[in-house]
Design a binder for this molecule. Structure first.
Ligand SMILES: [Zn+2]
Ligand SMILES: [Zn+2]
Length: 266
């Protein structure tokens, strides 16, 4: 499974200031014109919408704004040029993260998390390990008729981005999953298979759960499917299967947003 880069600047638009330099119409006509215009414009100018404000700093935007897709809500929002220029991108939503806002978080590996997403991101290792173990229990309950997930031969680690990238770089094990948020290494030692699951720290709960479910499914595949069968199956089929199991768990938890995200990445 490969997750999209959350940052996505699609386009920017320039809203020009009104041009008052036209001549030709008489002052009396202009008065009527402006009265009509004011009547037409009144409802929309009185009701300020979110698109009038920068999603990063909350200030009213003037002139050029960037339209950016918020990777957490999947909505297109406006970002002012100042925020776009001076703030680092939140690694979760992809929007500029206001570094002086109360609640802003900078992780030791350099990732920034905006104040909004820091409220829900899983930042503690204990919480991460507990949630991952709940995911495993949830998979057991959901799929016990069909799948028995490895348990005693699986170790779990919550890693930062630097560590995760190192794992990708120096993979020398039987199999590894190139999920940018998680990594599963399975190796065989004297006939015994052992699995090491690594999941990225700082994710939102639903992203974290889906990643845990995806990686646990890799351990099941490696434990129960022969290497010959895996070769004929192909990497894409295995990744698709892991996404399917992850989707089923999110479905059981009624996590509609995460289900949509899995479908978007399919
Ligand atoms: Zn701004
Ligand atoms: Zn954010």
């Amino acid at each position: 499974m490969s997750r999209p880069q959350p940052r996505a600047v699609h386009l920017f638009e320039v809203v020009s200031p009104p041009d008052h330099s036209h001549g030709g119409a008489s002052p009396r006509h202009l008065v009527w014109f402006w009265l009509w215009l004011a009547c037409l414009a009144l409802p929309s100018t009185l009701v300020a919408t979110d698109s009038d404000h920068c999603a990063a700093c909350g200030e009213v935007t003037f002139g050029k704004v960037y339209l950016v897709t918020d990777a957490v809500t999947a909505e297109k929002v406006s970002v002012c040029t100042i925020c776009e220029a001076i703030y680092p991108n939140c690694f979760l939503c992809g929007l500029p993260a206001k570094t002086n806002a109360p609640g802003f978080v900078r992780l030791p590996d350099g990732r920034s998390i905006c104040a909004r997403d820091a409220k829900t991101a899983i930042l503690g290792e204990d919480d991460s390990l507990r949630i991952c173990s709940e995911v495993r229990d949830g998979l057991d309950r959901l799929l016990w008729r069909f799948m028995a997930f490895p348990e005693t031969n699986v170790t779990l680690a919550i890693v930062d981005r630097v560590h995760l990238q190192d794992l990708f770089k120096f993979a020398g094990n039987d199999y590894h999953c190139p999920n940018v948020w998680g990594y599963t290494q399975s190796s065989t030692n004297q006939g015994r298979i052992v699995h090491r699951v690594s999941v990225l720290s700082g994710l939102l709960p639903s992203w974290f759960k889906a990643t845990c479910a995806h990686e646990y499914t890799h351990t099941w595949v490696h434990q129960h499917i022969s290497s010959h069968r895996k070769e004929t199956l192909g990497r894409d089929a295995e990744e698709g299967f892991c996404e399917l199991v992850s989707y089923l768990l999110m479905d059981a938890e009624h996590d509609e947003a995460e289900k949509e995200m899995i479908l978007r990445n399919a």
